[in-house]
Design a protein around this ligand. Structure first.
Ligand code: PNS
Length: 164
C-alpha cells in the first residue's frame, strides 16, 4: 500500500493542480492532498474553504482525500504513514525552488519527493496569477473548475465591498 502526500496552499485549486492530482492518484494507492498555509503568500480563502473546493474538485477521484496540516510536512507524512511527497513542476524555477526542500525533507525523515511534470498546456497556470487576473476583471474560466470560478468572483466581490 503506497500513500503519498501532495502539499500546497491551493488558494484556490486550479486545473493545473487537478492535472497533477489526477496523475499522481494513478501512481499511488492513496493520495492525500494536504492543505497548508504559506505565511509568505497573501491568502484569499480560509483553509476550510480551500479544502471544501478541493473535496468537490476531487470528488470523482476515489483514492484522493483532503486534509489540513500545519508544521513540518515531514511530520505530517510520518503521522499519516505516507512514504512520498508529490510536487508538480511547471519549469526550471519550480525545480530550483523545490529541489532543496526535497533534499531537506529526505534528510529529515527519509521521505522521498516525486516530481510530476505539469501538462505543457497548463504550465502558466498558478493560483497567484489566477487571483491577480480575476481581481482585475480577467476571465479565468478555463483555468479553474466552474464552481471555483464562481466562488472566486464572489470572494473578490466580498473583498471589494469590504474595501480590501
Ligand atoms: O507551494 P505552496 O502553496 O506555497 O505550499 C504551502 C505549504 C504550506 C504546503 C508549504 O509552505 C509547506 O510545505 N509548508 C510546510 C513547512 C515545511 O515543512 N517546511 C520545510 C520544507 S523543507
Amino acid at each position: 500500500m503506497t500513500r503519498a502526500v501532495c502539499p500546497g496552499s491551493f488558494d484556490p485549486v486550479t486545473n493545473g493542480h487537478l492535472d497533477i492530482l489526477r496523475r499522481a492518484a494513478a501512481i499511488f494507492d492513496e493520495l492525500v492532498v494536504a492543505t497548508g498555509t504559506n505565511p509568505s503568500k497573501s491568502r484569499l480563502f480560509e483553509p476550510e474553504a480551500r479544502m471544501e473546493m478541493l473535496r468537490e474538485a476531487c470528488a470523482d477521484i476515489p483514492n484522493v482525500t483532503v486534509m489540513g496540516f500545519s508544521g513540518l510536512i515531514v511530520d505530517f507524512c510520518r503521522d499519516i504513514d505516507a512514504q512520498a511527497i508529490v510536487k508538480g513542476l511547471r519549469g526550471g524555477n519550480d525545480y530550483e525552488y523545490e529541489l532543496p526542500m526535497a533534499q531537506m525533507n529526505s534528510h529529515l525523515t527519509g521521505v522521498e519527493t516525486v516530481f510530476v511534470p505539469t501538462n505543457a498546456a497548463l504550465g502558466y497556470v498558478s493560483s497567484s496569477l489566477v487571483k491577480e487576473v480575476a481581481s482585475l476583471g480577467g476571465d479565468v474560466s478555463g483555468l479553474v473548475p466552474g464552481f471555483v470560478n464562481d466562488r472566486l468572483r464572489a470572494r473578490l466581490a466580498e473583498r471589494r465591498a469590504a474595501g480590501a
